[in-house]
Write a protein that binds this ligand. Sequence first.
Ligand code: HEM
Length: 330
Amino acid sequence: MGIQFSLMAVVALVLVAFLGVKVAGLDYFFGVLIPYIAIFTFIAGFIYRVLGWARSPVPFRIPTTAGQQHSLPWIKPNKFDNPYTKWGVFVRMALEILLFRSLFRNTKMELHEGPKITYHWEKWLWLAALAFHWSFLIILVRHLRFFTEPVPGMIHLTERLDGFLQLGLPGIYITDLLFLVAVTYLFIRRVIIPQMRYISLPADYFPLFLLLAIGITGVLMRYFTKVDLLKIKELAIGLVTFHPTAPEGIGVLFYMHLFLVSTLFFYFPFSKLMHLGGVFLSPTRNLPNDNRMVRHINPWNYPVKTHTYEEYEEHFRDKMIEAGLPVEKE
Ligand code: HEM
């Protein structure tokens, strides 16, 4: 159900852009207004969500620990899987964000007859996630060539490295292949592993189809049909300099690509894709596990009115003696 629904939604988006531009001639609407609305929603929504997390109190240390804690001098602590210094946390976060370390530690558990539990090496998800996120990032960096004039050398360098295979004309970018293969793998994995399929919702399939459609329209534009890149650059520069124009004759495929990208940006703050911002604010990752070294005082502590035993006895001594109860002070 979730699959069909998400697929239909993405197909509908493509159709809307096609009809809107090809039939209704709404170039300006799809080339300027929609991208502005999308980017505004993305930025405002992103900030709103991050502020929401940043405002949530974290009164306790709750790091997930995945190694020996720092304790006695002769026991070797695991500095990065159970960090107890800010530096350790920094390295842990960097490993997590750049290399998805926690996913790397993933294993597959199976229950066999006996009953017997086995754990398998399982690195495919990690590999596909890494390929997907890194190629996405590099594609985005390469796209900056549309939005900058003159184009910074760093972007040209990224293009040259990415296209070093020099296969065909125009040269094939490795990231285009990796992106499409990785997203396809992530989708197939969800469908063929029964447990994964069981827990998957439209919110899981929709972003995958959306990304796949963005990749496919992009690849079609670059390798199969021609779009007017000069005019596209004019539109892109117009957007970032706030002098928007929608030049005529760009080609409808570009508008499909742009509409899908706009949908992605618009949808982002409301979706699980917000893990982009959330990972930095995750208290299970960004807190040092230093409970044994530092006394953490609950920031909400307020002076509590107490009634000690001494005070109690002072109050009731006569009655206690009368009742034959033992007292500390006669
Ligand atoms: C989430 C953001 C985006 C993703 C993932 C994405 C993805 C892709 C991919 C995979 C390609 C294939 C060729 C290549 O890698 O260069 C491509 C091409 C292209 N994209 Fe995007 N794109 C995004 C945003 C945009 C935006 C905002 C524009 C607006 C200027 C744009 C315009 C183009 C154009 C004109 C091409 C054809 C390039 C050529 O013929 O060399 N894309 N896109």
